[in-house]
Design a protein around this ligand. Structure first.
Ligand SMILES: [Zn+2]
Length: 667
């Protein structure tokens, strides 16, 4: 391998990085560092009492000959450990930037990851192959079921893990091993004579290979990613070809007949609707956008834009959740967004967030990070408990515990976060995205530094012309008063372009105390400030955050006649613990008179919204006892005060109902 040529995010972000040092996201990153990663380490070692066992680390020991146990768990169990390793890498990288003397928890993570890499690399086969399921269980059936066996998916996650550890520590052990594995995959697959055709049933290797190309400069990895994307969905369908091979053995029963579950129903450039398994879809679209960025492929870019619009304009929840059906963890039809039988997997919202970053780089419009922000502040972190030890896989917008417990329809919907899952893709995915959040704050294009997200901390970027460093301060998302102070600039003219969120219509901007006309500066949703920047220059962006009452497109059947409450980037919800039972009757007054109060004592410190409304009060209602009766006064609702809390923080107190969409008087 040649020397690394640039950071793995270099192709999309320019060279930018934000060390988050205060506020909301520092709290989350500290939680990941001190609680989530140590807890997940115990989970991956099967040490959490009462939780489903992972078997992930034990499987690597078995494959490495260090244990005589049997392989256990799903075929893709390797990927859980890979995502944990990746998360530790990001955490170490940022911890080292923040302090020369690492904390005890950071030192412990570094030791653990070093030991884990020893086990993982010991399980690698002499030819570079690495997959514990096939190594232990079916060594003769490698690559014979690309549709369901997840070998390339697991490979992609371990490549991402290797890059993360290398970038944090400079240790090449896992990276060198994964380059060998990537070389093995490259020698196995492709259009040349003697190679296997095909592509994975669960996308992931493609985006990982682009990352590996960005790090190493080795063009063959980019070419291989392109091959997998180009082959997908071509006729005759590869999954039908492999199913007729003598070595083939089915793993799952699930099939939808036309391969749309795996986005292999048509060549990717002909795909227009977001269909099938929503996480697979996101990982595919990320790779397509990455390839379009690296190669300038306009047909891929146009497909990305169509698929983005399908996803976010017709098939996305108000929380940024996607995939509305449990069946296939999949997209369904336009505007079919049921709030109670919902899927909205945490991993899918994470995929949407990452895709929003690639789309912003590709198309340079703030509507992409607007969606990314929606997903991150709502449908992603809703998957993590405030103490870091419990997780949602499914993120509902309407929950009734008694119904969840009694109806198989809601078997997948939990009202209490879980300590682990037999299929635990989400917990380590949440850890790795929070740990790497500083990679998503900004990006450069030419001499412009784009600021996509408002994560308080120190930004380092290298737009054309020279490096720039600035500090981003503020108490976002609770308060929209943001200050950007230049700490170092390169003395030539450059542009700082700050996203003006789509939810904010009254933003104000000043530079060194002088108010500017923000409307004339704003293009594509970014306020462009061009000048010769000097150390000490200060930009202040004020984003007023009145409470907003939101309605859905009338074609969303589940939401018609209902409203949701939003403040800044946060979507709010009602919980029984604050509002009693029968939340389906909760009705916002026609003149709700919103009160906003920041409560440092509540849910780790959240801003609470109260409003005048009505609910069905069982103690006051008189009833004939009949289930159905003539309309009468007895069903009238009683006035009450409704208390809304941020959606991401629900289910951190006592169990109860929760709703996002409520009725409003007079609507
Ligand atoms: Zn998941």
């Amino acid at each position: 391998m040649s020397e690394p040529i640039r950071a793995s995010n270099g192709g999309i972000m320019g060279q930018t990085e934000t060390t988050i040092s205060s506020g909301f996201w520092q709290m989350y990153q500290r939680l990941v560092n001190e609680k989530v990663l140590p807890y997940q380490w115990r989970a991956l070692n099967d040490e959490i009492e009462g939780a489903p066992k992972s078997h992930s680390i034990e499987n690597f020991r078995v494959a490495a000959g260090m244990s005589n146990s049997e392989y256990q768990g799903m075929v893709f169990q390797d990927s859980d450990l890979a995502k944990w390793i990746e998360a530790v890498g990001h955490t170490l990288r940022y911890a080292k930037k923040q302090s020369a003397s690492p904390s005890e928890s950071v030192k412990q993570l570094e030791t653990r990851v070093r030991e884990t890499v020893q086990i993982v690399t010991a399980a690698q086969q002499p030819d570079g192959y690495l997959n514990t399921y096939f190594t232990v269980k079916e060594p003769d059936r490698r690559w014979t079921n690309l549709r369901d066996a997840h070998e390339l998916y697991c490979a992609g996650h371990m490549i991402e893990a290797a890059i993360s550890v290398f970038e944090a520590t400079g240790d090449r052990k896992l990276l060198d091993a994964m380059v060998r594995f990537a070389d093995h995959i490259d020698a196995t697959f492709g259009g040349e004579q003697g190679k296997k055709p095909g592509y994975p049933g669960h996308q992931e290797i493609e985006l990982a290979l682009v990352k590996l190309y960005r790090l190493t400069g080795e063009k063959r990895f980019l070419t291989l990613a392109h091959y997998f994307i180009d082959e997908r969905g071509r006729s005759p369908n590869y999954f039908e070809i492999e199913a007729n091979e003598p070595q083939y053995r089915p793993i799952w029963d699930f099939d939808d007949g036309n391969h749309s579950y795996r986005q292999a129903h048509a060549p990717v450039r002909e795909q227009s609707d977001a269909v099938g398994h929503s996480v697979r879809a996101m990982y595919q679209y990320i790779a397509m956008a990455d390839l379009a960025l690296e190669t300038g492929d306009t047909s891929l870019r146009e497909a990305c834009e169509r698929l983005w619009d399908s996803t976010t304009r017709r098939r996305m929840y108000v929380t940024g959740g996607i995939g509305s059906s449990r069946h296939g963890e999949a997209f369904t039809a336009d505007f079919d967004l049921p709030n109670d039988t919902v899927y909205a997997e945490s991993c899918a919202a994470i995929g949407l967030f990452i895709l929003s970053n690639r789309m912003a780089a590709l198309a340079g419009d703030a509507r992409y990070p607007d969606v990314g922000e929606r997903a991150m502040y709502n449908g992603v972190i809703s998957g993590l408990s405030l103490d870091g030890t419990a997780y949602f896989y499914v993120n509902p917008l309407d929950v009734h515990p008694e119904v969840c417990d009694s109806s198989g329809t809601y078997e997948h919907v939990k009202y209490r976060r879980q300590p682990w899952y037999g299929c635990a893709c989400c917990p380590p995915n949440i850890a790795r995205i929070i740990a790497s959040l500083g990679d998503y704050t900004c990006r450069t294009s030419g001499s412009t530094l784009y600021i996509d997200h408002f994560y308080a901390g120190a930004v380092r970027a290298e737009p054309a012309g020279g490096p720039i460093r600035l500090r981003l301060e503020g108490d976002y998302p609770w308060n929209g008063d943001l200050t950007f102070t230049v700490d170092e600039a390169h003395g030539t003219e450059s542009t700082i372009a700050i996203r003006v969120p789509g939810w904010c219509s009254e933003a104000q901007l000043s530079v060194n105390g002088d108010a500017t006309e923000i409307g004339t500066l704003t293009r594509g949703g970014y306020a462009h400030l061009r000048r010769v920047w000097s150390a000490g220059d200060r930009v202040r962006l004020v984003l007023p955050m009145p409470v907003r009452v939101i309605e859905a497109d009338p074609r969303v059947r589940a939401d018609f006649g209902r409203v949701s409450i939003r403040r800044g980037p946060l979507v709010y919800c009602l919980e029984s613990v604050d509002n009693g039972r029968d939340l389906h009757t909760a009705t916002l007054s026609s003149d709700p008179k919103f009160e906003v109060e920041h409560r440092p004592d509540l849910l780790g410190g959240v801003t609470v919204i109260t409003a005048a409304g009505y609910t069905f009060d069982r103690t006051k209602a008189t009833s004939s006892g009949e289930l159905y009766r003539a309309v009468s006064e007895s069903t009238h609702l009683s006035p009450c005060e409704l208390t809304f809390v941020p959606y991401f923080a629900w289910s951190n107190r006592e169990e109860g109902e929760m709703v996002v969409w409520v009725r409003q008087e007079g609507r």
